[in-house]
Design a protein around this ligand. Sequence first.
Ligand SMILES: Cc1cc2nc3c(=O)[nH]c(=O)nc-3n(C[C@H](O)[C@H](O)[C@H](O)COP(=O)(O)OP(=O)(O)OC[C@H]3O[C@@H](n4cnc5c(N)ncnc54)[C@H](O)[C@@H]3O)c2cc1C
Length: 407
Amino acid sequence: MPFMADKRYNVIIVGGGIVGLAVGLEITRRFPQLRLLLLEKEEHVGQHQSGHNSGVIHSGIYYKPGSLKAKLCVTGAAAMVEFCREHDLPHQICGKVIVATQEEEFPRLEELRRRGEANGLTGLQSIGPEELHQFEPHATGLRALVVPSTGITDYAAVCDKYAELISNRGGTILTSHAVLALKRTADEIVVETNGGAFSATSLINCAGLFSDRISRMAGDDPQVMIVPFRGEYYDLIPERSSLVRGLIYPVPDPRFPFLGVHFTRRINGSVDAGPNAVLAFRREGYRRTDFNLRDLATSLAFPGFWRMGAKNWRSGLDEFHRSFSKSAFVHALQRLVPEVHKADLIPGGAGVRAQAVTRQGALVDDFQFVPSGRMLHVLNVPSPAATASLMIGRTIVDTAATGLGLQ
Ligand SMILES: Cc1cc2nc3c(=O)[nH]c(=O)nc-3n(C[C@H](O)[C@H](O)[C@H](O)COP(=O)(O)OP(=O)(O)OC[C@H]3O[C@@H](n4cnc5c(N)ncnc54)[C@H](O)[C@@H]3O)c2cc1C
């Protein structure tokens, strides 16, 4: 079918997750005169990573000082709390504890404290087992770090509010519009969807689990591939949710960008445990049995996938084991809260993380925004991107406004 644009815009955003919406929010705030269109393939915004996460407003303690993650998480957490207050969205600053259960974790816990302080966090407190009981009466550990600024919210509600504000400011959001093809002409970009074609002078790709594919559709080589890692949760049954007051985390393995299974109190009062990080055979594969031939074939054809596997096969197998064996999952949780038993946990939800992997097989650690002429590809925005979303939106618009011709 020939490309025939029937609607013209100044800027098109692909993807109605929290990042695409935050970018749209910032553009409609800063450049209200621009015609903005946001295209989302699902019937509603925030249906994938942004609506299937832990709901934590991260403090910024984990990230390398000077990285985008560190800067945008710390400022983004404050902006998120302010946004929730201003718009009356549910949120709570409940604080969290990161618990060392073995002596060999002490240097890593100390390093987290150093990172947190370098990133500007205040109020961090190193505590011993007795003080840990005052914060979390059922948690056990040898040492712990208290992070008072961590909070919780409901990111699906945040997405809805971003979308409402974009519409109020004159932006257009079209759901059930999947981007199928992109074409660059001399002065515009034509976007073909299942609901017709649209054109714009600039485009921002915020397609999450499909951001590398959208980049390829545009004729670019993203240099990375998005590998889906499913995170599965169990829920604590209501009668046992008093085992956890707030957020109880292990000391993470610094080789991986995932935080290790932990306990999270949700804004609705329930408590869940997880998420693990299992290689998924489908980009939007929320169940163990989900499989997509194209997704798997693309992964297998990418040299970085095999290199990643060669480096991390052992931990990958452990994650599969924990996915299929509830006992193994519970065992990992009992290191933090020994009183938790198999019968206390029922299967909960799942989310799929979009993790960019390089050709060399490295998991890309920092956020990655890649300009290409009048386009910008947002290629790696894993956790804490929900927390940092408002600042990600601002940074993208600050740094790319001129290149994208938004000024
Ligand atoms: C299990 C899990 C737990 C997490 N916990 C936290 C946490 O506690 N705190 C935190 O800050 N972060 C957390 N994160 C990370 C956070 O959720 C993500 O970083 C963030 O949601 C990424 O937003 P996004 O907009 O890039 O992606 P998404 O929300 O996935 O949005 C991308 C959108 O693009 C759309 N799309 C894709 N292809 C097309 C197409 N062809 N045409 C049109 N639309 C398309 C998709 O339908 C989707 O809606 C977690 C993530 C997971 C998976």
